[in-house]
Structure formats: structure tokens, C-alpha cells
Design a protein around this ligand. Structure first.
Ligand SMILES: [Zn+2]
Length: 138
């Protein structure tokens, strides 16, 4: 795989430096049956340093996961060597089954089949829709 050019695939760019590996894990990219390149600490005019993930196959990525973990990242979709889509993710309004509520008294801990749903508050935090517990990892 030539990491500079991808014919058909996805490039997650402008990842905050130091978050690339964790994002790779959260997106479950180790199970993708295609070459994946992670570049850490790449020089960036905008960010100083950034991380980049390149997936050399047209696999879908969960943009809610990206938006939760690193909303400034951009997702570039490449088809036949041409950039066909470029978008900044931003923070999603709702997260469904991206993170789990950690409150042991939350209804989601006894009702296993319930979706774990978090909503974005005006203060830019994610809170469980059932018990209002604030989401941790960021
Ligand atoms: Zn909860």
C-alpha cells in the first residue's frame, strides 16, 4: 500500500495529535480486512501536529464515534483516485450505542436490550437520556 495515494478508500484527517491510535481502536479498524495506515504527529499548518488514518478500502466508518471523540476530524472519501467527499464531522446531537452509561442505577444497566443513548447539551457535554449522567471519556 502506498500511503500517499489511495484509489478507493477513506482518509480520516485532522485528528488531534495523540488521538489517532485510540480512534483506530474505537472505530474497530483492527477487524477491517484491508490495509490501514496510521500516521502520528504529521506536521499540519492548521493544528501544528495531527494524526491521520488511511483505510485502503471503501469501508464505512462510524462518524458518530469520530464526532464524539474528535469532532474536528475530517473524513475524506476517495473513489477511483478522486476525492468525492470531504466533510468535517462536528459533534453529533445524539449518540446511540457509541458509549455506555456508567451509572449502575441507570435503567440501561438492568434492561440489557436498551440502546445507550446520549444527547449533546448546550454546554457541549454528553448526558445519558435516561438518567442524565455525564459521559466520561473524551
Ligand atoms: Zn444512564
Amino acid at each position: 500500500m502506498n500511503i500517499d495515494s489511495i484509489e478507493n478508500g477513506t482518509v480520516i484527517d485532522h485528528i488531534s495529535a495523540g488521538r489517532g491510535l485510540k480512534l483506530y481502536e474505537l472505530l474497530g479498524l483492527s477487524t477491517v480486512e484491508a490495509p490501514v495506515a496510521i500516521m502520528l504527529g504529521v506536521s499540519s499548518r492548521k493544528l501544528g501536529r495531527k494524526d491521520i488514518i488511511k483505510i485502503d478500502a471503501p469501508v464505512p466508518v462510524d462518524t458518530d464515534v469520530i464526532g464524539f471523540f474528535d469532532p474536528g476530524a475530517t473524513v475524506n472519501v476517495i473513489r477511483d483516485g478522486v476525492l468525492v467527499e470531504k466533510r468535517t464531522i462536528g459533534m453529533p446531537e445524539r449518540l446511540v450505542n457509541v458509549i455506555r452509561c456508567e451509572n449502575p442505577r441507570c435503567i440501561t444497566s438492568c434492561e440489557q436490550e436498551l440502546d445507550h443513548v446520549f444527547r449533546l447539551t448546550e454546554r457541549g457535554e454528553y448526558r445519558c437520556v435516561y438518567c442524565d449522567t455525564k459521559a466520561k471519556i473524551r
